[in-house]
Design a protein around this ligand. Structure first.
Ligand code: AHM
Ligand code: MG
Length: 328
């Protein structure tokens, strides 16, 4: 797909980078500013919201609205996609998880923001003069439920020992590290490529008993060297924060997985604002994003908060995993 990057999209991405800077600053001082702990509310997915989940969502919504370039925004923390009021209305659809891995916040462990940008589907842009609220809402959902193949841009920002913004506009992946002395993101990772293979796996293995037989066999195989010739076991690394685990996988190679299991057939991670943007980034870096049985970017979401099993990372590692699931 030919992606057209223009000044309008640059404004959207610049707005996202401002949101990330603001969230980075809040995350850094969370422990001393009363921002740790629960907000007391539960989001549409039944998860307890942290104070920082709520504030980060407000920051993303505010910067995107005032950018004047977005028509619809959809967030992990909002029940339904939100139409940007007519005065600020623009042509882009932005999907995001404002603070992923927020269960790590109170222990000051890595978290991140994930985002994707689509063009508006012109056939379902709300007509502010004519449409009632229900129709606006319906058009927003249609506008947001686009397959990852349509993504114009995607990225994540990791809040860790460094704050790093990784971005693709469909021509490779570039990383920018926040230099706190000048308050700017500076190019630090040029045209990142995921190693073709890597002996690190990143799964919540505590769920092993609920996995399907093929996945158990795969995990057992990794402990005997998997498809490598040296026969040495893989290493396990799991932060429990998708952005951190994904970023390490990008740089060191290996595989990240959040499978479906007997309790949750589609796993935990959300297609629209977690798996699709990460798959786009992975593919742009020469890796893969898969459900174990197909390419994530080919899936057209049926609902905003849809979950899918997710495996991503080095091409040869994801293909090896698929060989166990596809035969089953
Ligand atoms: P969240 O969006 O509610 O923060 O949940 C997503 C997070 C991911 O960052 C991480 O990979 C996963 O949940 C960890 O889940 P688990 O604790 O089940 O291993
Ligand atoms: Mg999340």
């Amino acid at each position: 797909m030919e992606r057209k990057i223009d000044g309008e999209l640059a404004v959207v991405l610049s707005s996202v980078s401002i949101a990330c800077k603001r969230i980075a600053s809040l995350v850094q001082k969370a422990g001393i500013s009363g921002m740790t702990g629960a907000a007391g509310a539960v989001n549409v997915q039944g998860e307890d919201q942290k104070k920082l989940d709520v504030v980060s969502n407000e920051i993303f919504c505010e910067v995107l609205r005032t950018s004047g370039r977005t028509g619809v925004i959809a967030s992990e923390e909002e029940d339904t996609p939100v139409a940007v009021e007519e005065t600020y209305n623009g042509n882009y659809v932005v999907v995001f998880d404002p603070l992923d891995g927020s269960s790590n916040i109170d222990a000051a462990v890595s978290t991140g923001s994930i985002f994707g940008v689509y063009s508006s589907d012109q056939s379902c842009v709300p007509d502010w003069g004519a449409d009632d609220e229900g129709v606006v809402q319906e058009k927003c959902i249609t506008n947001v439920c686009q397959p990852g193949n349509n993504l114009l841009a995607a990225g994540y920002c990791m809040y860790s020992s460094s704050c790093i913004l990784m971005l693709t506009v469909g021509h490779g992946v570039y990383g920018f590290t926040l230099d706190p002395s000048i308050g700017e993101f500076v190019l630090s990772h040029e045209d990142v490529k995921i190693p073709e293979k890597g002996k690190i796996y990143s799964f919540n293995e505590g769920n092993y008993v609920n996995w399907e037989p093929g996945l158990k066999e795969y995990m057992d195989a990794l402990k005997k060297g998997g498809h490598t010739e040296d026969g040495k076991p893989y290493s396990a690394r799991y932060i429990g924060s998708l952005v951190g685990d994904f970023h390490r996988t990008m740089l060191y190679g290996g595989i990240y997985g959040y499978p479906g299991d007997a309790k949750n057939a589609n796993g935990k991670l959300r297609l629209l604002y977690e798996c699709a943007p990460m798959s786009f980034i992975a593919e742009q870096a020469g890796g893969m994003g898969s459900t174990g049985r197909g390419r994530v970017l080919d899936i057209r979401p049926e609902e905003v908060h849809q979950r899918v099993p997710f495996y991503t990372g080095s091409r040869e590692e994801v293909q090896y995993l698929e060989s166990f699931l596809q035969e089953a």
